[in-house]
Write a protein that binds this ligand. Structure first.
Ligand code: PEP
Length: 254
């Protein structure tokens, strides 16, 4: 099943706010229609254990925004993939543009993260996307191909535990979303590239991320290769995230 809707809370919310938002989403997800839409919440890691208890038995999974390869080790400040899994995470984000840009994460590290996450039974939401300069230079598709190949090729243990997020860097947190046509072109290309890597590409969720909001979600989700969304800012309020979820249900009924 390709439908999927994810919330990336980034470095936002105090513990009580995170708990309240989780409870609101969990309650909303009890509705029979919404229960058919798999959700993922990526909170700050500090809240994982508590939120795992809150979400137990719901169709909202819990993910970590970042993880370090391995189990234990002398890596001050890091949380291992094994620790995340033990805390109740079942997903991890890898390759988010903020990690690439602000924390210097390169392809070699991302390869290790993807492989180790899957080895620890986590599913990976791998993020790719071009910068504005790359788009303006006509290099968008080349960039996407490179980001898939250098991290995923001959590195995937289980294709069933992989989803892709197409997140143009120029659209993240800017209020400027890719047009439905721009996003569809990128998603279709990513699906073709996944097939070339040997993936069951027609089964892999490819999510759009980048200023996804209630007022643009319907048009984006109407595209055939946009299977769902990775939502940043608009996932911090239950109302706007649920409005995006409703747009998903309208455009992609079971
Ligand atoms: C993100 O950080 O993954 C994201 C898409 O952010 P925003 O929705 O705020 O652009």
């Amino acid at each position: 099943m390709r439908r999927l809707l994810a919330a990336n809370w980034k470095m936002h919310l105090y513990a009580e706010q995170a708990l309240t938002l989780t409870q609101q989403l969990r309650a909303a997800w009890e509705a029979p229609e919404l229960r058919t839409l798999p959700g993922i919440v990526f909170p700050p890691a500090l809240y994982l254990r508590e939120l795992a208890m809150q979400l137990a038995g719901s169709s909202i999974a819990l993910g970590a925004q970042n993880g370090y390869p391995g189990e234990f080790g002398a890596f001050t400040g890091e949380i291992s993939m094994a620790q995340l899994a033990a805390a109740g995470a079942t997903w991890v984000l890898v390759g988010h543009s903020e990690r690439r840009q602000y924390f210097g994460e390169n392809a070699e590290l991302l390869r290790k993260k993807v492989q180790d996450a899957q080895a620890r039974s986590l599913s990976v939401l791998y993020c790719v996307g071009e910068t504005l300069a790359e788009r303006e230079a006509g290099r968008t598709l080349f960039r996407l191909q490179t980001q898939l190949q250098e991290v995923l090729s001959e590195n995937i243990i289980d294709w069933n535990r992989l989803a892709i997020a197409y997140e143009p860097v120029w659209a993240i947190g800017t209020g400027i979303n890719a047009t439905p046509d721009q996003a569809q072109e990128a998603h279709a290309y990513l699906r073709m590239q996944l097939a070339q890597l040997g993936a069951p590409a027609d089964q892999i969720p490819i999510l759009y991320g980048g200023s996804l909001k209630p007022d643009n979600a319907y048009a984006l989700f109407s595209q055939p290769d946009i299977d769902g969304g990775l939502v940043g800012g608009a996932s911090l309020s239950a109302d706007s995230f649920l409005a995006i979820a409703q747009a998903h249900l309208q455009t992609k009924p079971l």
